[in-house]
Design a binder for this molecule. Sequence first.
Ligand SMILES: *Cc1c(COP(=O)(O)O)cnc(C)c1O
Length: 386
Amino acid sequence: MNDHSPAGGRRLWADIDLDALRANVRTLRERAVGGAQLMAVVKADGYGHGLLPSAAAAREAGAAWLGTATPQEALALRAAGDTGPLLCWLWTPGDPWRQAVEAGIDVSVSGRWALAEAADAARSAGRVARVQLKADTGLGRNGCQPADWPDLVAAARAAEVAGTVRVTGVWSHFACADEPGHPSIALQQAAFADALGAAARAGLDPEVRHLANSPATLTLPDAHYDLIRPGVAVYGLSPSAEVGTPQDFGLRPVMTLRARLASVKRVPGGHGVGYGHSYTTSGATTLALVPAGYADGVPRHASNTGPVLVAGKWRTVAGRVAMDQFVVDLGGDAAAAGDEAVLFGPGDAGEPTAEDWARAAGTIGYEIVTRVGHRVPRVYRGERAS
Ligand SMILES: *Cc1c(COP(=O)(O)O)cnc(C)c1O
């Protein structure tokens, strides 16, 4: 899937270390208790790492399941030849329900309208729809409220009896698992147990029950059930500083974002830098131009705060991040156009991490990697011939 030549002429690119991704999947599988299998979440273009290469590497490392948000992502996996268990959870009316049922994709259902869509799709596809019922155990986002759950499980059981639907899973999602000890965690676990009990009393016998995102995979073994469902940890990032660092869990960041300096020049003291002149040189210095901007996913909120490794040292973005470029002040150090700048990576070669950028921009590491833009080629390392 490496559709970008690794040869010269590269302005800005993301190295994707698929060996690290495979090692992360194996490490997470080792943490799974009671024989729970692993669903690698590959939504949003594999958190910016590339859908198909990330999915293939996760399967190679033993991910029994893949998970996506949108049906388009799930169908793209099938179009690329992935035939394994696959759950897709973010559905709206008018989505390609029938194609998903034909492709053997498990569809998540949080209410009666969606159950009806799945049953209709099954009838027109001439195939039983694989449905996973999602309970809202407290997140307040998608999922069926406890008050509506008995009706949903009864209707799903009736659809099973009618032969249109098979309920393959019951599942839910945490709100605050990245804040260990948060009181909502135990409440959600209890609510999930209640939802499972009601499903069983309705006569449902799902293949998989699952609740654990990355933070719950790392910190809540009693939430693992039949399947752990990590996303960000697969890509080697920690869900939060409270949970720990990637190293604490033997995880390795998969993406390294690199650029080549587009210009290096001497400027006098007192020189304004960038739009709005939010930075002024304090004395004669060298300014290096990094050809990466907010169109490439570099957060504008990291103006005057984002870290970047240039000429062997951490530098800080000088002035505003623009659409396509930002400047760093080398403080008189030498560098040349074409030299490499590393915005973030695993951190063990002295470079900042996605977490460092997240702190600088007031966001989370998830957003830093996921927003790396379309015009940034992904260069895959450790790809296997298929
Ligand atoms: C994104 C997502 C996950 C993965 O979450 P991480 O915190 O990245 O592990 C799991 N389940 C659902 C429903 C999600 O939307």
